[in-house]
Design a protein around this ligand. Structure first.
Ligand code: GDP
Ligand code: IMO
Ligand code: MG
Length: 420
């Protein structure tokens, strides 16, 4: 049996949550492998809407097992709040969520450090979600982090205090005013709940055992262009968002990876700072934001919008080895007269099909233009229902990427999908 991996191929918010929810009936197990509450994965079904930050998007399917893997960073307050909201909607979670002992914890002081470090960067800030992601992964890599498994040990309080004191010293160095007491109280209560109510496991053993019984769906967060190695560094997140992250974030061998499902929007969005070659600053971009409701699921910030960028998409497909593509939000383009796609870049007059190393490279997108379909598509359920112009757009993407587009999403609801 294999681990099939869902990853975002752009700058996040491609619609991964919806897809994991749609695919889950085929899998018993869904596992998040990286990121943390910087993620906001939206699911809509039966008139209900949920935004998940840490809980895997398989949670709403009966009898599913949802694993928060070792590669994830967990804020206990956000996790417990998320579970409360799901339960309040009358949906059970008991026994359905397992947490890796090796997942690192986000402390209140990580969140404060995130804010302090962003403030210190001034105009060069990353535009972080301020959830403490960068500082938590920094502590993981510098070997001073606190892990979920530590809450089960008698010396947890000392370990917590040692790490907190390290953070306090850093905050003093940055001359950042803060008070942590209230957040700390809330955090400790959530840790207590975690200890009492949660199954904290050796997830790498569990995942490999479960894999003998059936395939597993691995759920990525963020997108390939925010990857710490391959994204537009330093305007990236702090984890491996590409397919390889599923191996280290769950403890599965590369030979166990099956399908690599790459999710992309029919256009592009980005939240936070950093290069975005096809960004639109005009009425067309405004129309995308309005019709796509492009406001962050986690922070509410307006997302930057622009045309589909095939240079970036081909790069992401290459790095992760996507075996199939899922195109999201094509309905957002239903009213456009013309649709552009970036097929190459020009940098200082020279054409290239490579994504540049320099974040300030003067990239001019080279566009190919398509006629818009100008028809509503959200009621389409089969390929035959879709307008010819939309199918032409999809075939062009397939030809440009060499990867089949297996799925077209025409609305936020679970049911608004066309399988090819
Ligand atoms: P994720 O982080 O990749 O899971 O994506 P987000 O949930 O942050 O953002 C995707 C947004 O688009 C959410 O509000 C979804 O409900 C919505 N969405 C997903 N698929 C579609 C679609 O095909 N059409 C439209 N109009 N909205 C969609
Ligand atoms: P999902 O899983 C979109 C962006 C932030 C910022 C940068 C670093 O919902 O697709 P961080 O808080 O990680 O230090 O922020 O990455 N970012 C996201 N953008 N979707 C996400 O997650 C994101 N997670 C982080 O806006 O630019
Ligand atoms: Mg999101």
């Amino acid at each position: 049996m294999k681990v099939d991996v869902v990853i975002g191929l752009q700058w996040g918010d491609e619609g991964k949550g919806k897809i994991v929810d749609v695919l889950t009936p085929k899998y018993k197990v869904v596992a998040r492998f990286q990121g943390g509450p910087n993620a906001g994965h939206t699911l809509e079904f039966e008139g209900k809407k949920f935004v998940l930050h840490t809980v895997p998007s398989g949670i709403f399917r009966e009898n599913s097992i949802n694993i928060i893997g070792n590669g994830v960073v967990v804020d206990p307050v956000i996790l417990m709040e998320e579970i409360r909201k799901i339960n309040a909607a009358g949906l059970p979670t008991e026994g359905k969520i397992l947490l890796s002992k090796k997942a690192h914890l986000i402390l209140p002081t990580h969140r404060i450090l995130d804010a302090a470090q962003e403030a210190a960067k001034g105009g060069a800030k990353i535009g972080s979600t301020l959830k403490g992601i960068g500082p938590a992964y920094t502590d993981k890599v510098s070997r001073s982090g606190l892990r979920a498994g530590d809450v089960l040990h008698p010396n947890f309080a000392q370990k917590y205090d040692a790490l907190k004191q390290k953070h306090v010293a850093l905050l003093r160095q940055l001359a950042y005013p803060f008070s942590v007491e209230e957040q700390e109280r809330e955090w400790m209560q959530s840790v207590e709940q975690l200890r009492a109510e949660f199954t904290i496991i050796d997830s790498e053993y569990e995942v490999n055992e479960l894999l003998k019984q059936g395939s597993i769906l691995a759920e990525g967060a963020q997108g390939s262009m925010l990857d710490v190695d391959f994204g537009s560094y330093p305007f990236v997140t702090s984890s491996s968002t590409v397919c390889a992250g599923a191996c280290t974030g769950l403890g599965v061998a590369p030979s166990k990876i099956g399908e690599v499902i790459g999710i992309f929007k029919a256009y592009c969005t980005r939240v936070g700072s950093g290069p975005f070659p096809t960004e639109l600053h005009d009425e067309v971009g405004e129309q995308m934001r309005r019709q796509g409701n492009e406001f962050g699921s986690t922070t509410g910030r307006a997302r930057r919008c622009g045309w589909l960028d095939l240079v970036a998409l081909r790069y992401s497909i290459m790095v992760s080895g996507a075996t199939q593509l899922f195109m999201m939000k094509s309905d957002v383009m239903d009213n456009f007269d013309a649709i552009k796609v970036c097929v190459a870049y020009k940098i200082n007059g020279a054409a290239t099909d490579r994504y540049p190393y320099e974040v300030d490279a003067p990239v001019e997108p080279v566009y190919q233009e398509f006629r818009g379909w100008k028809k509503p598509t959200s009621g389409c359920r089969t390929e035959n229902d879709l307008p010819q112009e939309l199918l032409g757009y999809v075939k062009f993407i397939e030809q440009q990427t060499g990867v089949p587009v297996k799925f077209i999403s025409v609305g936020p609801d679970r049911s608004e999908t066309v399988l090819r």
